[in-house]
Design a protein around this ligand. Structure first.
Ligand code: SF4
Ligand code: SF4
Length: 384
């Protein structure tokens, strides 16, 4: 018997994802072992199948839109690991993103997500101050001053890890400059909260700010992924070519110098590399960070068990640190343990924060790139 066509009256915005939701509902859950969230907290409702089925049944009025069901849309880091084991390559993260928007529009988003959207204007004002301070520190011109290269360092770097934002800025300037820093952002946090319109407005601002530029260098791959995906979803055209700092450095790898140990005579062992989900799986950049690390250390990085396009999440994505903090920390601890006390290098602000919070000795690839260019001003150690 063919399943009936769902009406999705409760969350009509989810109608466009009827096929994706139905695929999961009638599936034997081939992807269940891939999900970092249900692996950290083994509950059936947290598997990709559980989350997609909950959205299907809420939208189709089989179950009431209670938080016990609707909040499951936020139990996803957006890592897309479930696609690895799915014969249909079903876009679960994207579909749960549409579910977040539908639930947000219906006024039923969880408090943590509503708070992110509500405080965005305040955070943007703070970001403006950080951008102005960084521009003054680095002597960067205003965007209107005929500058051909823009930099989106990433809000989390600028607000929480300003020394790494500095590394992104000096590296981008050295490799592609003269460049300047953008004050608009990717709006990724708004999209993750469910405020799709808020992200659209932010991307329109960014497209306007970068008009006339030839290149936009993005420090955080999560931001680059959000810009590309959001621009496609909202039909926003960007004039400059959008590249990550990792791509830019890998095409200029010969300009990087070999790193040396702080302790004379000590051999410098290559670090363990964690592929951030949006860099490795989202943007397909897996050989680029390895080429950079091989140049900096004279040998390829050590690999985690799950790597490249099969990478596993740090637990820092999708607002999980806000909506499910304990689960997020559990995921980060598990990943950090794999580094076994060695230097763990990642290339994503949220992953870096999650790993450091879990006690790992973690650094950002942007810092190592800046050191390889002899431009980093802070004291990150290249050694494990
Ligand atoms: S993502 Fe694919 S494998 Fe996982 S439950 Fe859905 S259809 Fe099945
Ligand atoms: S995208 Fe990642 S966190 Fe989300 S359901 Fe799939 S495996 Fe789980």
């Amino acid at each position: 018997m063919r399943p009936r066509t769902p009406t999705f009256k409760a969350l009509p915005l989810l109608g466009e994802r009827a096929r994706e939701l139905s695929l999961c509902v009638y599936c034997p859950k081939l992807c269940r072992s891939e999900c970092p969230v249900s692996n950290a907290e083994p509950r059936e409702s947290l598997t990709p199948w559980g989350k997609m089925s909950a959205m299907y049944f809420v939208a189709d009025e089989h179950v009431p839109p209670d938080p016990s069901f609707t909040n499951l849309a936020w139990a996803c880091t957006g890592c897309e690991a479930c696609k690895n084991s799915c014969d249909h390559k079903n876009p679960v993260a994207d579909t749960l993103g549409v579910a977040r928007a539908a639930i947000f529009a219906a006024g039923k988003a969880p408090a943590a997500a509503v708070r992110v959207a509500r405080l965005f204007a305040e955070r943007k004002a703070e970001l403006g101050q950080r951008v102005a301070q960084a521009k003054a520190r680095h002597g960067l011109p205003d965007a209107g001053a005929q500058v051909a290269v823009g930099i989106v360092a990433g809000c989390t770097y600028l607000r929480r890890l300003p020394e790494i934002a500095d590394d992104v800025i000096v590296a981008a300037n050295e490799l592609a400059g003269p460049a300047t820093l953008m004050s608009s952002c990717c709006g990724g946090a708004l999209a993750m909260a469910g405020d799709a319109e808020g992200q659209r407005q932010e991307l329109v601002e960014l497209a306007k700010e970068t008009r006339g530029m030839r290149l936009l260098v993005v420090g955080d791959p999560g931001c680059a992924y959000a810009i590309k995906k959001g621009a496609a979803a909202h039909g926003i055209a960007f004039e400059p070519r959008i590249v990550t700092l990792v791509e830019l450095a890998s095409t200029n790898v010969n300009r990087l110098s070999r790193l040396t140990s702080d302790v004379a005579g000590d051999p410098l062992l290559p670090p363990v590399f964690h592929d951030p989900c949006h860099l490795g799986r989202g943007l397909g950049l897996t050989s680029e960070p390895r080429a950079i690390l091989t140049r900096l250390y004279g040998a390829p990085p050590r690999e985690m068990h799950e790597n490249r396009e099969h990478t596993a999440c740090s637990g820092g994505g999708g607002l999980l640190p806000l909506t499910m903090p304990e689960v997020s920390q559990e995921i980060a601890k598990g990943r950090s343990r794999e580094a076994d006390g060695q230097l763990l290098v990642t290339a994503c602000a949220q992953s870096l924060r999650s790993f450091r919070k879990a006690g790992a000795h973690a650094e950002d690839l942007a810092t190592l790139i800046a050191r390889g260019l002899r431009k980093s001003h802070h004291t990150a150690s290249p050694a494990g």
